[in-house]
Design a protein. Sequence first.
Length: 304
Amino acid sequence: MEHHAYKSLVSLRLWGAKVEDAGVGSISQLLLAGPMHGLKLTHLEILDDSVGPSGCRAMGDALMLGGNSSLMTLRLDLNRSVLDAGAIELCKGLRTNKTLSVRPPAPWGCPNLAARSQAGRVAGVSASPSTSRLPFPTPPVRLAQKLTLSFCGITEVAVPAIAEVLAAPTSALVELDLSGNSLKSEGLAALSHAVMGNTTLETLLLADNGIGGSAPAENKAAMEALGNVLMAPPEVCKVCRLDMEMNTLAEEDASVLAAFLGPENTKVVSFKVDSSLPGELFDKLFRAESKGKKGKKGKKKKKK
């Protein structure tokens, strides 16, 4: 690697490649050793690759404090053998990670070439002599710090470990996707409590998690906890996009949520619920984020 490192590589995507735990171990070594040779991955996807707890442990070890300092987006979707044990092992590293969970200082506006090169790497492109001569300041790049663990066989048992990552003072995840697991109402309540005080997380995706299928008392407690998240001011909690589709909520539970999503709530820009709800309740809860000018173009096409 020292003499033949492919230093332009910033994004690695492995989908259905039978990576398994052994392969994740090798990738983890790459995350650890790569930066020393100028190879700095910022985006990693290992999807549907039979990753289990052992692979998650290796990944967590590579991402903990003192390890990799470049990765900002990690996707491990569709690895159904991750399970609670794997999620817990991964979170042991993520709760001290300094790049995936910490928003780095913006490199734009800096007058030196090194800062410009770093800006290019964050954006997923390499700096060249032509781009290095661009006038400053350049448009800011949105640093998308994301963790996605959808369809990984995770239950409410692993939520305390995930909550530790969200509640850590260094946490700055912008998006968390836990769709297609089995967190249930108990897991939703624990996550809701964890994000209170987190001022960076904006998007929380919890579709198809069996939420609403617990005992009435647990369901109500979860809806109230989530409602507090929805109503919290941005300086306390910034979550403004939620996906709760394919969770069968009882009418009484949906009504509890509706009380937090009145016209006075201007923070929440997107809230998705299952269409199985009665029409009136669905209309009170469902919110779609405005697309601005793109939406207007869509209307013109419909008129034709």
